[in-house]
Design a protein around this ligand. Structure first.
Ligand code: GLV
Ligand code: MG
Length: 307
């Protein structure tokens, strides 16, 4: 497994790029990352205005340490190439990643990689400065998720898109992120989560969960986020200010687990360097090199969250 990309993305805010009021509000929210949306939150007639809005919003700054991204339209539309060119030429120095939706094969990612390489070269941007986040949100994308995850060194995350995914499978339900009614024998999404997570980790990428649409039900958001956080996902999209604190908490370890992880790292470091032993007791717990790796994951998530 390669080292996993390290920008913190516990909370990833969706912001329609065509709505200046939402853009302004987004600046003040304590999210780790945001994307200015040119895709599904923007009506077809508003795409050009949304591109201009995204460029202005990035160049105006005021985003602090947030990861700054723009979601372009998917490759089945006539809009994608213009989205990429206008946004990166207009604001490439203020942009961290592009989010590519409805990725169904590695060719989609390679197309974007090549276009970005050309735009960076023509505009004096550092080669490779713009990363890529690939949304896996239909059966075709999931079937080729391993190839997609390996398609470009620009990739930083795989992002699960539950709404489009549920539609793609013809799931007989209307509530995104909840179990389909009638399926009472486990988690209907476990296979999807694990495929995305394993493909991401095998290629050093982060795995991000998609939106929960019942925005006022914060407890339900926590429950939904808690499942992917428990598996190891790095964060989740948030659609509303009410969801932000919950995402930041759920995807960080508890204080108790974080402190425990740091104690394990200290004890194991002491054991291997001072005592020259590969296994050691910490209270009632036997530690070895694998315990160190697990502790490093929890400590890493805690440190990234500023604990
Ligand atoms: C997000 O894009 C989704 O389809 O859930
Ligand atoms: Mg989608």
């Amino acid at each position: 497994m390669s080292a996993v990309a390290s920008r913190s993305r516990r909370s990833v805010l969706a912001v329609p790029a065509s709505n200046p009021r939402f853009v302004e509000k987004a600046r003040g929210l304590e999210v780790d990352a945001f994307f200015l949306d040119l895709e599904d939150a923007v009506a077809p007639g508003e795409k050009a205005a949304a591109r201009a809005g995204a460029v202005d919003a990035l160049n105006a700054g005021g985003w602090g340490a947030k990861v700054r991204t723009v979601r372009v339209n998917d490759l089945q539309t006539p809009w994608t190439y213009r989205d990429v060119i206008e946004v990166v030429e207009g604001a490439g120095a203020e942009l961290d990643c592009l989010v590519l939706p409805k990725v169904t094969g590695p060719d989609h990612v390679r197309w974007l990689d090549t276009l970005l390489t050309q735009i960076e070269a023509a505009n004096g941007l550092a080669p490779g400065r713009i990363g890529i986040e690939a949304q896996i949100e239909d059966a075709g994308g999931l079937a080729r998720v391993d190839e997609i995850a390996a398609a470009s060194p620009r990739l930083e995350t795989l992002v699960y898109g539950p709404a489009d995914f549920m539609a793609s499978l013809n799931m007989r339900t209307l509530v995104v992120g909840e179990q389909p009614p009638g399926y009472d024998v486990g988690d209907a999404y476990h296979y999807v989560y694990m495929r995305i997570l394993v493909a991401a980790r095998a290629n050093g990428l982060q795995a991000i969960d998609g939106p929960y649409l019942q925005v006022r039900d914060v407890e339900a958001f926590r429950r939904s986020a808690g499942r992917t956080a428990a598996l190891g996902f790095d964060g989740k999209w948030v659609l509303h200010p009410l969801q932000v604190d919950a995402a930041n908490e759920v995807y960080a370890p508890s204080q108790e687990d974080y402190d425990h992880a740091e104690r394990i790292l200290d004890a194991y470091e002491h054991a291997t360097t001072v005592e020259r032993r590969g296994a050691v007791m910490l209270g009632e717990e036997m530690l070895d090199e694998a315990s160190r790796k697990m502790a490093l994951v929890v400590a890493g998530k805690g440190r990234a969250a500023g604990m």
